[in-house]
Every structure is written in structure tokens, then in C-alpha cells.
Write a protein that binds this ligand. Structure first.
Ligand code: ZN
Ligand code: ZN
Length: 308
């Protein structure tokens, strides 16, 4: 599984940064890409990658500001001609998404040749997707804005074959049965299966925020705690904490302060304003000291399984 940034910019696109779009690539595990947000020119960005539009089967929209959705109608229309014919697509997003899309399609006389389901979400709604539980996280951005927490199911640990051999059990179909039974018997002795199974393999957890002010509530921090990857905006990079708050956005040092105890593996900073130069970004990156990475377009981050 990996996380790909197709647009790392905020508000206006620049030559280097497109407006916000991300992809969770789970083709190997679930044969699909999950798209999060659809900034303008999303489909042009996709053309520079190996992503197949027909394999985008679920889209999550954080909020309805233009820099997060203006690429959606074009992408949806083109998908039909890029192998998507007949392949269903679901789009999750805030209230108003359906009306906006239906109006756009009606007035532009666009028709899709695949089933499209639009699901308008609410705070703390739970969505089941492949082996993920998706939790809808309410944010604070003036307009209704959400984050999405993708939590993969935990997996039962590996069978400890050395220990099984020690009690005289040779490899065979019985090994598979041990994982699903509570106990098993060898030479009239009953054994507990759990004693022969390694530690549970924790499912991956990816938390992606839409635009927002920072939130330090304990209840919220507990929801995103222990994420393998946290994606958060920092429209402001330079000690502009109050200004960020006034504009319903976040500032990078404040993000680090708030998240210092939530035990994340990777923190990716996105939604970078086009007013910052490459020099500014370098300067700020150096100060992050590895606690976070500032995203750029086409940035890819592998998210390996939590095998101990
Ligand atoms: Zn935005
Ligand atoms: Zn916004």
C-alpha cells in the first residue's frame, strides 16, 4: 500500500503544485485506488502516473471548496472512456455534493456509462470499505469539512511452526485448522491454539484531514492516535498561528505541537500555499527535523504492513 500526492497546493495552483488530490494505492491488496479530493486538473496529473481511472472505485471528498472538487466532473466524465465503462463508483462527501454534481451533469448534458452512487456523509459516520473501517471526522473550516480515518482490520498472527514441530505435529492441512479453532489435540493432549500463534498483525491506519483549524480536544486526538500516516494541512508555514486560526487553516509548528504525543509513524504536511518559495520550503523543512515531511506533487510514501 502507498500514499501518492497528486496535488499538494492550496487555493491556487502553481507551476509546481496542483490543488489538492491524493491517492491511497491499494492495488496489490484490494485491486483499487482510493481517491481523496479532486483538485482542478486532477485527470492531467493522473496521466503522469500509472494510476488507471477505472480502478478508482471510491472517492472521498473532504469539503466543497473549489480547490478540492473542481477536478471531479472532468475526471468522472473521462473515466468512462478510460476503461471505466460499467465499473461502479462511489463518492463520499459533504451535503451539497449531490446537487452540485447533478446540476453540472444536467446543464453540460454529460452522461456516465457506469453506476455512480453519491453518499453524503455526516460527522462520525462509519463506512465499511474492503478491509477498512472508515471513520468520518468532523473538522473546523467555516464550511462543512471532514477528515477520513482508514483503519485496516487486524490480522491473526503467524502460526509458530517451530513450536508445532516440537510437540510432534508435522506440516499439513491441520496447520490451517489450528488458526480457526480454540484448541487442538495431539496424541491425546489438548493444546490451546493461541499458544502457537504469534502476535496479532495490526492493520494499517491512515488519517487524512481536509482543510481545518487545529483541534486539541482529547477525544479527537484519541481517534487519530497511533496512525501509520497522518496527513494534515499547513496553509501557513511561518509563525502565523493566529492568522491561520482566523482563516480556518493551520500553521505547521502548531501542527507539530498538537501532534507531539499521538504516536504517529509519518506526518505529511499538505495544502501548501503558492506564496512560499522553494527557499521558504527548504528552510521550514530543515526545522522539522524529521518529525514531518512537506509534500510535493507526485510524492509517494510506502505504508508497509505492521509485521513485527
Ligand atoms: Zn483548500
Ligand atoms: Zn477549504
Amino acid at each position: 500500500m502507498k500514499f501518492t500526492v497528486l496535488g499538494s497546493g492550496a487555493g491556487l495552483p502553481s507551476k509546481d503544485r496542483n490543488t489538492q488530490s491524493f491517492v491511497i494505492d491499494c492495488v496489490l491488496e484490494y485491486n483499487e485506488y482510493i481517491l481523496i479530493d479532486a483538485g482542478e486538473a486532477l485527470q492531467h496529473r493522473i496521466l503522469h502516473t500509472h494510476i488507471k481511472p477505472s480502478k478508482i472505485k471510491n472517492i472521498f471528498i473532504t469539503h466543497l471548496h473549489g480547490d478540492h472538487i473542481f477536478g471531479l466532473p472532468g475526471f468522472l466524465s473521462s473515466r468512462a472512456f478510460q476503461g471505466g465503462e460499467g465499473i461502479p463508483l462511489k463518492i463520499y462527501g459533504p451535503r451539497g455534493l449531490r446537487e452540485w454534481l447533478e446540476t453540472t451533469f444536467r446543464i453540460s448534458e454529460s452522461t456516465l456509462n457506469y453506476p455512480l452512487e453519491i453518499i453524503e456523509v455526516e460527522a462520525h459516520m462509519k463506512i465499511r470499505l474492503n478491509n477498512f473501517d472508515v471513520h468520518v471526522l468532523p473538522l473546523s473550516h467555516g464550511i462543512e469539512s471532514f477528515g477520513y480515518i482508514f483503519k485496516e482490520d487486524d490480522k491473526i498472527g503467524e502460526l509458530q511452526t517451530d513450536k508445532l514441530r516440537e510437540i510432534g505435529l508435522k506440516p499439513g492441512p491441520v496447520y490451517g485448522e489450528i488458526k480457526s479453532a480454540e484448541t487442538f489435540t495431539v496424541d491425546n493432549t489438548v493444546y490451546k491454539s493461541a499458544d502457537f500463534i504469534g502476535e496479532t498483525i495490526r492493520g494499517r491506519k491512515i488519517t487524512v484531514h481536509g482543510d481545518t483549524r487545529l483541534n486539541s480536544d482529547e477525544e479527537y486526538l484519541n481517534l487519530i492516535r497511533n496512525s501509520d500516516l497522518v496527513v494534515h494541512e499547513a496553509t501557513f508555514l511561518k509563525n502565523e498561528r493566529e492568522k491561520a486560526h482566523d482563516y480556518f487553516h493551520s500553521e505547521v509548528n502548531h501542527v507539530l505541537d498538537i501532534f507531539k504525543d499521538i504516536n504517529y509513524k509519518e506526518l505529511l504536511i499538505v495544502h501548501i500555499s503558492s506564496r512560499y518559495t522553494d527557499e521558504d520550503i527548504k528552510e521550514v523543512s530543515a526545522l522539522l527535523e524529521g518529525r514531518a515531511v512537506i509534500a510535493y506533487d507526485y510524492f509517494e510514501l510506502p505504508i508497509p504492513r505492521n509485521v513485527k
